[in-house]
Design a protein around this ligand. Structure first.
Ligand SMILES: C[S@@+](CC[C@H](N)C(=O)[O-])C[C@H]1O[C@@H](n2cnc3c(N)ncnc32)[C@H](O)[C@@H]1O
Length: 108
């Protein structure tokens, strides 16, 4: 979404309604919200800091948007969930890279 089209009230971003879509955190933010905030306020390669990381939505979105991230979280179980989420993104990227290499090798 472009800055000039963005109003100060975001009707298109909703809380995470279904339990199946959330981690074990009572107030996890939706990725869509963090995606907009991080996209609007930083560039690729920048660092994003979240001092109340929770289960790491800001770090996850930062990674997806090619930003570095620094997080602070008091609860070790939330840190562990964040680490898992970040590892999953890394694993998915590696799988996609391998698929791309295979397509290049077998493509015309
Ligand atoms: C509102 S939640 C953040 C949720 C996060 N935005 C997400 O999407 O998962 C706030 C987090 O701050 C953590 N927290 C509260 N006080 C803290 C402190 N003094 N130092 C570090 N973390 C703290 C809590 O454990 C909680 O997980």
């Amino acid at each position: 979404m472009f800055r000039e089209n963005l109003s100060s009230i975001w009707h298109d971003v909703h809380r995470i309604k279904h339990k199946r879509d959330r981690d074990a955190h009572p107030c996890q933010l939706p990725e869509k919200l963090l995606k907009r905030v991080i996209s609007l306020s930083s560039n690729q390669g920048d660092a994003v800091m979240d001092c109340f990381l929770g289960t790491g939505t800001s770090a996850v979105v930062a990674k997806k948007l090619d930003r570095h991230s620094v997080g602070i979280e008091a609860d070790k179980s939330y840190i562990s969930i964040t680490e898992n989420r970040l590892s999953q993104i890394e694993a998915k990227r590696k799988t996609e890279e391998n698929s791309a290499v295979q397509l290049t090798m077998f493509g015309n």
